[in-house]
Design a binder for this molecule. Structure first.
Ligand code: ZN
Ligand code: ZN
Ligand code: FE
Length: 759
């Protein structure tokens, strides 16, 4: 049989996932000779053997790739036969363009878990056990290619046993870069709040302290968690007070699925997502009788659970059942990930610190997801997902960077047809977050070796991300594109659904800078990536005090009533009016009348605030969207009636007038209708209004596809009602799944728009 030699280049997530050993094993099975090596483009094979064997080998590799790999593209080229006499794995080399990828961080695999808990194993109870199929990746990698010397494991010299595993292609730890054992690898320490080391077994001691109600900062994969006993109402109260976070739901970690099922409902899909190697926090419906304290997620029907995803977590949960595991940060600051920094920044919050000396290079918060219609929806895309790219069927030679929005910030960089969405950065309104933002961008651009060619920013001149992006473009002498916020939302929904055409875009959120200088947020666009037309929006109303009005929903309640009834709203016989602070109202009324610090807004988020406050649910908030979330949570889904919005034609656009809705709500309040029914009628009313406007726009444009995007579509009641009702009218409806509908998706939308616009 005639021999053939082929050079085969494979791209995708093929490094740090056991790809070369898999190639090695399969090549040996088919009696192929030659070599395999990582380069900065991915993995390259130089194989020799009979053509059938090479083909079968490739088939096998495609059919059974290593579990964490993602083969993007395979290119082959024939070479003159060289008569190799063995098959070997060659060490990494560096090349011009670093186009390879690094895998996200992966939860501990079953094999490692077994060894961790097996008395016979040499890594028994070793909290940093890992292998090619699991462990830290993105968070420890300083630069590419992914090799031990480019990770924070560089400082640990492997002992003889570890090195033998590392060098043996038949071993599960072959080239597992973070490979280590108790003899040669990182170790744990327990410190008190002053940073003083405590003697004894750190894990056993930590377990005892947690049981006693103490708060411990635990260093994980992508940063610190603040942990406390989730069954201890007092411990949770103390943690909330120290974190100045009275209401925002806290994430939980539980020992296993049966434990989680004690407290919440878990469907088949939810179980799968919880147990996936990405191990996100999954939002799950509380059971009727949930024995966990209410102050974990007050006024909320859901609890966010995740499973232990590092060996350290597994060891803690050997003797614990369920813990609060919230991000280790001060309110609104980014997650702490460096030992010294954590001790400084979490002073006064944590009683103890469970730390280790494997450094985290890039922070990554826990990802947050839920299952909707049997599919995962990512609300925060970070650990376990970043930096895996989203492939979009548009090719652009230029690398594009999108700097994102203000809240839930992420940034994105495109290369070819891939969009790399960064880990979660957070609220870019404090110095710590801006530092994390800068550092993240520097890190990513370093991954890609050269700075991107084009910068994209939000239209809002005051966003820190916009200012930073403008400066970046100026400093690097690159062209700058400004994109309107809601256009970016719709573009992110297009990218999420791999669409590239004109759609009816429903972009609803709290705040976004409009082209007319007003604050948009209840928008119907007819849009594609090239551009958009604003076809309909919620009627403008003043936002007295700007950002303060966002934190004080009662202002919006009063503004809407004042808008409808004028001063006589003060005579309305409802609790909201009766308990209104007269002095404060007069102050706000003056602001509105004199148009001082009262920008106009068409935000649906603010309409939610108004309704929530008029119903007496929430007059001021302590976390974003609180008033709207609490209104959603009480909605009685057995209600089928709804409030009707007026849709008024105004030359080329439609204005949506909520006056009748508010009036009907007041009537229902007087009739004594329960808030839960009022809430549902409001939700269905919004969904029906979406259908109504979409019908008008379909008549006008013949477009039948509707994209639902923006933070408001995190509201599951609204999303469900709108989707079902649109489908009944034969619309094709597109929702988010891989890219968050909130502002965490803005950077991906910005990049998608530029990918199409830049020729
Ligand atoms: Zn493993
Ligand atoms: Zn070792
Ligand atoms: Fe937004």
């Amino acid at each position: 049989m005639k021999k053939e030699r082929r050079k085969i280049e494979i791209r995708g997530i093929v490094q740090g996932v056991g790809f070369r050993p898999a190639v090695y094993r399969i090549a040996k099975r088919y009696n192929l000779k030659g070599s395999v090596f990582n380069d900065s483009k991915g993995v390259t094979l130089d194989v020799e053997g009979c053509p059938e064997d090479i083909n079968s080998f490739l088939e096998e590799l495609k059919k059974n790739p290593p579990p964490l790999s993602d083969i993007g593209e395979i290119r082959g080229e024939e070479l003159p036969v060289k008569e190799f006499n063995e098959f070997k794995i060659i060490e990494s080399e560096e090349s011009e363009e670093k186009t390879t990828l690094v895998s996200p961080d992966i939860s501990t695999c079953d094999d490692c878990r077994k060894e961790l808990l097996s008395k016979k194993d040499r890594r028994y109870l070793y909290p940093f056990i890992n292998c090619t199929n699991c462990g830290p990746r993105f968070t420890i990698t300083k630069e590419l290619p992914y090799d031990r010397k480019n990770t924070t494991m560089k400082k640990f010299d492997m002992c003889e046993k570890c090195r033998t595993e590392y060098e043996n292609p038949e071993d599960r730890r072959f080239h597992a870069q973070p490979n280590a054992c108790g003899k040669c690898g990182p170790h744990l320490e327990l410190l008190n709040f002053k940073g003083k080391k405590l003697n004894g077994n750190p894990i056993n001691k930590a377990i005892k302290l947690l049981k006693k109600g103490k708060t411990i900062a635990v260093k994980g994969l992508g940063g610190f968690h603040l942990a406390c006993n989730a069954k201890d109402i007092k411990a949770i109260t103390i943690l909330r007070e120290r974190k100045m976070r009275p209401y925002k739901p806290l994430a939980l970690m539980a020992k296993d699925i049966p434990t989680i099922e004690k407290f919440v409902e878990v469907s088949e899909e939810e179980r799968e997502l919880l147990m996936s190697p990405r191990a996100p926090v999954v939002l799950l419906k509380k059971k009727e009788k949930c024995s966990l304290p209410d102050n974990i997620a007050p006024n909320n029907n859901f609890l966010g659970f995740m499973l232990p995803y590092t060996p350290l977590h597994i060891l803690l949960f050997e003797k614990l059942e369920v813990l609060i595991m919230t991000s280790g940060n001060k309110r609104d600051e980014p997650i702490a990930f460096d030992n010294r920094d954590a001790i400084k920044r979490l002073e006064g919050i944590a009683d103890y610190f469970l730390i280790h000396n494997r450094d985290i290079w890039m922070q990554a918060d826990d990802s947050v997801a839920r299952i909707v219609d049997d599919e995962p929806l990512l609300l925060r895309r970070s650990r376990g997902y970043a930096p895996q790219p989203i492939r979009y069927p548009i090719w652009n030679e230029k690398k594009i960077i999108g700097f994102g929005a203000h809240k839930h910030n992420t940034f994105s960089i495109s290369r070819g047809d891939e969009i790399f969405v960064s880990h979660y950065i957070g609220e870019t309104d404090n110095l710590e977050t801006i530092k994390a933002f800068e550092r993240g961008i520097e890190h990513f651009t370093n991954f890609f070796d050269i700075p991107p060619d084009i910068a994209v920013v939000d239209l809002h001149p005051a966003y820190q991300a916009t200012k930073f992006g403008k400066k970046w473009a100026f400093d690097n002498n690159k062209p700058l594109i400004e994109v309107q916020h809601h256009h970016a939302h719709i573009a992110s929904c297009l990218a999420d659904n791999l669409l590239d055409e004109k759609v009816i875009g429903v972009a609803w959120d709290g705040t976004g800078y409009g082209e007319d200088g007003n604050i948009w947020g209840g928008e119907f666009l007819v849009a594609d990536l090239e551009g958009f037309e604003r076809k309909a929006h919620l009627q403008y109303i003043p936002l007295p005090g700007g950002d303060i009005a966002v934190k004080e929903p009662w202002r919006m309640g009063a503004v809407y009533l004042y808008d409808i009834f004028g001063d006589s709203f003060r005579r309305l016989d409802i609790d909201f009016v009766k308990t209104l602070d007269k002095k404060k109202w007069l102050y706000i009324k003056t602001m509105i009348d004199k148009r001082v610090n009262s920008p106009l807004t068409s935000s649906i988020g603010r309409l939610f605030d108004a309704v929530s406050s008029i119903l007496g649910l929430r007059s001021s908030i302590s976390y974003q969207g609180q008033a709207a979330i609490e209104l959603e949570m009480i909605a009685k889904e057995d209600e089928h009636e709804f409030y009707k919005f007026d849709i008024i034609r105004n030359t080329n656009t439609y204005i949506i007038d909520p006056k009748k809705v508010i009036e009907s709500i007041l009537e229902d309040i007087k009739k004594g209708t329960a808030n839960g029914y009022i809430s549902m009628k409001f939700h269905i009313g919004l969904a029906e209004m979406i259908v109504g406007v979409s019908n008008l726009l379909r008549e006008e444009t013949n477009i039948n596809k509707v994209c639902l995007s923006g933070g408001v579509f995190q509201n599951m009641v609204l999303r469900k009602e709108a989707t079902q009702r649109l489908k009944k009218q034969r619309f094709e409806v597109y929702n988010h799944s891989k890219i968050p509908p909130n502002d965490g998706g803005i950077s991906a939308g910005q990049v998608a728009i530029a990918m199409r616009r830049v020729k």
